[in-house]
Design a protein around this ligand. Structure first.
Ligand code: AMP
Ligand code: MG
Length: 494
């Protein structure tokens, strides 16, 4: 291996119970389709080298440094509310960890790397369109300032893969603060439970909680009750994350407990999409018939997932289960207040208003806005951005944002109340994007990429990864899909 790249096997070595040593399958004709140069550099990887055949072999997990030990990670999860004890990486591998330029440990992970012992009948593969989609949307979410896993590269394997039609096999190289999930804790508890024996039965869960504290929530270490502090810290990270999704109209689409990270990063870009018209009932995922993961349900669902996390920590909190529950319950009960505070903070940022000591008037203004948006259903991204361009009280009647409404009367009154609070419009332009990945343009770009034409994808990527500045001649990206695009439907795990 002709590189200085260091890949640690920290997770593989620390958690043999949660990791199956495994190798990615051979790729008959690998081609690097897209590489994230800036991220590579941040990770201490040389982008020029990554473009060479040796570099691509490294990214595929076919030629890794001697000390590296790629593993498939085990985890459980509630999928649409149903508990599945053994999910795990059925088409993914953790290659290892690197230390980035800021000294942070980051996972390098492959998606689409071939079957593993967790595949449960799946083929272990991924195809080009969905991997490019994850690359694009995750990088857009990052550029919007929202915690997320990142995308380092997409490589086609040269293999034909059967889906509803034959497609090009591909791999995504994903980078994350870690791949610890609520589902990892659920799995650890099952392993501990199956072992039994005095004193041993919490071994894996306790070590996992300690590792999560060290890696993501170090301030919990010094707390009187470190595992309770861990829970609170994860709760705050997730409340803040979902509040940011809500502010931006991001619908994750598959908030299963195995897709809920301990770090607070967004993970698993399958059926996700940005909502255009503000309709809280919006659901895009083809398999979410009941709307469990609809826009409006995301805060309640993250609360539900956190309750599942709390259950895994109960025995660490106190030997006496009733005592442990009594300790955890008040913290769990505080979730809705914490979420509400996070959401008010985030929405206040959108509106250029103070984010601390929020007054009752400001709170009322925000609640009234949600009522108006729900009633009139304007395009959320465009609404927020045009607000920042609304000049002053005496010009309200000419405000560009009013042109988004057929009956602007009650919006005008709301605008006057808002402007009377002296919003900081320059700050608003730094948090309200001009560009989000518009569903119809994403589909267009992916279709072109599948036909071998990468230019539309790269152009879209360029715009959504610097979303706060206007790019010349991309005005189409500022508007929602035309009527004839029809109802948008997204798919998981393809
Ligand atoms: P996801 O919907 O991506 O969170 O995946 C849920 C579970 O299905 C995980 O255990 C995945 O590893 C597994 N999975 C998804 N697609 C495949 C596939 N093509 N082959 C094997 N396992 C898969
Ligand atoms: Mg997943």
């Amino acid at each position: 291996m002709s590189t200085q790249t260091q890949l640690s096997a920290r997770f593989a070595d620390t958690f043999p119970e949660l990791a199956v040593p495994w190798r990615s399958e051979e790729a008959p004709d690998p081609r690097l389709v897209v590489l994230n140069d800036a991220l590579a550099t941040e990770l201490g990887l040389d982008p020029e080298w990554l473009r060479t055949p040796d570099g691509v072999a490294f990214l595929l997990g076919r030629d890794v440094p001697e000390d590296a030990r790629p593993v498939a990670q085990g985890y459980a999860g509630h999928q649409f509310g149903q508990f599945v004890p053994r999910l795990g990486d059925g088409r993914a591998l953790l290659l290892g960890e690197v230390t980035d330029h800021d000294g942070r440990v980051r996972d390098i992970h492959l998606k689409g790397s071939g079957p593993t012992p967790f595949s449960r009948g799946g083929d272990g593969r991924a195809v080009l369109g969905p991997m490019l989609r994850e690359y694009l949307v995750s990088e857009a979410v990052h550029a919007l300032g929202v915690p997320t896993t990142r995308s380092l590269a997409v490589i086609t394997t040269g293999r034909k893969v059967q889906r509803t039609r034959v497609e090009s096999g591909a791999l995504l190289v994903r980078v994350a603060a870690s791949h610890l999930r609520v589902g990892s804790f659920q799995y650890a508890r099952l392993i501990d439970g199956s072992r039994g024996g005095d004193g041993e039965e919490l071994d894996v869960t306790r070590r996992l909680a300690d590792a999560a504290i060290d890696r993501h929530h170090p301030q919990a270490r010094g707390a009187e009750q470190p595992y309770l502090a861990l829970f609170e810290s994860v709760m705050d990270a997730q409340a803040s994350l979902v509040a940011q999704w809500m502010r931006l109209g991001f619908i994750h689409g598959v908030m299963n407990t195995d897709n809920t990270t301990i770090s607070g990063e967004t993970i698993d870009y399958g059926p996700c999409a940005f909502m255009d018209a503000f309709n809280p009932d919006t659901v895009y995922s083809s398999i979410d018939a009941q709307g469990r993961y609809a826009y409006r349900n995301q805060p309640a669902i993250i609360g539900w997932n956190l309750a599942r996390f709390a259950e895994t920590l109960l025995p660490l909190i106190d030997d006496n289960v009733e005592q442990a529950a009594a300790t955890l319950q008040p913290v769990m009960n505080s979730f809705s207040d914490r979420y509400r505070a996070a959401w008010l903070r985030e929405t206040s940022r959108s509106l250029g208003l103070p984010t601390t000591d929020i007054s009752p008037d400001q709170e009322k203004l925000i609640d009234d806005l949600i009522g108006l948006l729900t009633e009139h259903q304007p395009d959320l991204t465009r609404f927020n951005r045009l607000l920042a361009e609304t000049a002053s009280v005496d010009q309200v009647d000419d405000a560009p944002v009013l042109r988004m409404f057929t009956a602007p009367g009650d919006i005008t009154a709301w605008l006057k109340r808002w402007l009377a609070m002296s919003p900081d419009r320059e700050a608003m332009k730094r948090v309200n994007p001009i560009y989000v990945p518009r569903n119809h343009l994403v589909e267009e770009a992916l279709k072109a990429a599948e036909d071998g034409e990468m230019a539309p994808f790269l152009r879209l990527l360029d715009a959504v990864t610097s979303p706060f500045e206007r790019h010349g001649r991309f005005s189409k990206l500022e508007y929602p899909a035309p009527e004839d695009f029809g109802r948008y439907v997204t798919y998981c795990g393809t």
